[in-house]
Ligand binder design. Structure first.
Ligand code: ZN
Length: 152
């Protein structure tokens, strides 16, 4: 059963890599940021359009490995309509999932939804930066920082 779950997760990641969602420059964006993971060569740009404290629209562009692309794609799907606080909480749970930390709050992890497909990444520490690049970049976009985010 575990094997089935892993192959299902892998299918989701490969699908988002092949057909990334919200992969475009966002027209009328209010803020954006660039991220770079020198360890793997992943590059991502996140565009945000904030409205009334919520992420009204979000998109990304970039090039990188399957994990970084799928992660950015799932990030945009997950965060549309979320507040900044909700996005931060998800990032924390997501980071715990990737680093194999038990947050001690399983219901919180349950809130990750599709992001749980990245749970296998915890077995490959070098790929954690691939999976979190889009999230670090998102945080920078929320802060309206202009320098490129590096995972190093
Ligand atoms: Zn990568």
């Amino acid at each position: 059963m575990i094997t089935d779950l892993y192959s299902l997760y892998q299918d989701v990641i490969l699908d988002h890599n092949r057909r990334p969602r919200n992969f475009r420059a966002l027209e009328g964006f209010s803020q954006h940021a660039d991220g770079y993971n020198p360890l793997c060569g992943d590059k991502v740009t996140i565009y945000l359009q904030m409205k009334d404290g919520r992420i009204n629209d979000i998109s990304f562009q970039g090039s990188g490995c399957a994990i970084s692309t799928a992660s950015a794609s799932l990030l945009t799907e997950t965060l549309k309509g979320k507040t900044r606080a909700e996005a931060e909480a998800l990032f924390e749970s997501f980071h715990d999932l990737l680093t194999g930390k038990d947050s001690g709050n399983s219901s919180e992890l349950g809130g990750l939804g599709k992001l749980e497909v990245f749970s296998g990444v915890s077995e490959f520490p070098a790929r954690v930066k691939c999976a979190t690049l889009a999230w670090h970049t998102l945080r920078s976009a929320l802060d309206k920082k202009s320098e490129v985010v590096s995972t190093e």
